[in-house]
Design a protein around this ligand. Structure first.
Ligand code: PHE
Length: 363
């Protein structure tokens, strides 16, 4: 081993062992300082012969670089260690205070000194929390993500085509009645379900497709403890080769058991939706839940109707969704209903009233 290599190894070992900034600086001076040992080799270069000089020169450069880089890295580590030690003494979860705006510019008081002196008139800054519906949505999205679904999105204000026509719902269908839906003067409407996003997702991507669309939906319901003009859904759509009702049932059973526990019973009852065939309603019950003996309807679902694929193909002006080749399932889960079950909430109106006495229970 060349003495320079020995020198490099010694330096690297000492740098690694330096336990604070002073020790590191001492090591730096020892090797790279004006009269440090690596610098001394620079002086010695002059005395070397013509053949030796480039070889040793390269070795010297490599040694200097390696030591410089190691010192910088070690300095960075020491710096961040010092920082975390300093931060460990501070409880960053302590609530702050709000300063009335008339005082906030006054240099005599920092927010902190006000907190310390307990100066009255300054309100403690309360910590917020997520709305129970948001918690419910996030929990559900997480489960579907694990199943390979990605998120899709669409507007709350929709055109009739995405809400009805493309979903095989003809103009004379009762769901389109003005008594059932909110229309805007220009003919657009507030979407009555997030199934609109099924259509938008298929318009923008060919199969295979696996998406969920969480979001708000609107209907002209009589408002009572279980009905609201605005509610929330997670719509799901899976299009691939050979997708079957068994896949649909498996996916929804898995979802509901992840959410409500393994004791959850799930039941599928025949139903009718224009955009699926066959169509099913999903009921669940769970002994683990309060009032869990009762069957409760939590979703609509079914196999995507070929007429829906046909409408999408027309909009795409291709044959990407060939019903001979692809099949798919779709479902729409009522999130307000699920949150009411999960959190034992008796009245859907509580979600929209912003009563802190209610919201604080989910913090
Ligand atoms: N869109 C239906 C509803 O809101 C639910 C549904 C979605 C049914 C997808 C079948 C397939 O009631």
């Amino acid at each position: 081993m060349h003495p320079l290599e020995q020198l490099r190894d010694d330096a690297l070992r000492e740098i690694e062992a330096a336990s604070d900034e002073q020790a590191l600086e001492a090591t730096r001076i020892k090797y790279l300082g004006k009269s440090g040992s690596i610098s001394a080799w620079g002086e010695q270069m002059k005395t070397l012969g013509k053949e030796e000089r480039p070889v040793i020169g390269r070795l010297l450069n490599e040694t200097r670089n390696a030591v410089t880089v190691a010192i910088e890295k070690r300095a960075e580590i020491l710096r961040s260690q010092k920082e975390s030690v300093a931060l460990a003494g501070i409880d960053i979860s302590l609530p702050g205070v709000t300063v009335p705006s008339a005082y906030s510019g006054y240099s005599g008081y920092s927010t902190r000194s006000i907190a310390l002196t307990g100066y009255s008139g300054y309100l403690p800054l309360e910590r917020g929390s997520r709305h129970p519906l948001t918690q419910m949505l996030q929990q559900s999205i997480q489960i579907f993500r694990r199943m390979g679904f990605s998120l899709a999105d669409g507007p709350d204000i929709e055109d009739e085509w995405h809400c009805f026509d493309a979903l095989n719902t003809p103009p004379d269908h009762p769901a389109r009645n003005e008594q059932d839906t909110f229309y805007l003067p220009d003919g657009r409407l507030l979407r009555t379900h997030t199934s609109t996003v099924q259509i938008r997702a298929m318009e923008s991507a060919p199969p295979p497709l696996r998406v969920i669309a969480p979001g708000a939906a609107y209907r002209r319901d009589e408002i009572d403890a279980t009905h609201s003009a605005q509610f929330h859904q997670i719509e799901g759509l899976y299009v691939d080769e050979n997708v079957s009702v068994a896949d649909l049932k498996g996916a929804l059973e898995f979802f509901l058991r992840e959410l409500f526990g393994p004791e959850t019973d799930v039941q599928f009852r025949p139903h009718y939706f224009p955009f699926t065939e066959p169509s099913l309603e999903v009921y669940m019950r769970s002994k683990a839940l309060k009032g869990g003996e009762r069957w409760i309807e939590v979703a609509g679902c079914g196999m995507v109707h070929p007429a829906v694929f046909e409408a999408v193909n027309k909009a795409r002006s291709d044959k990407a969704y060939d019903a001979e080749k692809w099949s798919g399932y779709a479902f729409g889960l009522g999130m307000d209903r699920l949150a009411m079950i999960l959190f034992d909430i008796p009245d859907i109106r509580l979600f929209a009233q912003n009563d802190l006495r209610f919201l604080r229970q989910f913090a």
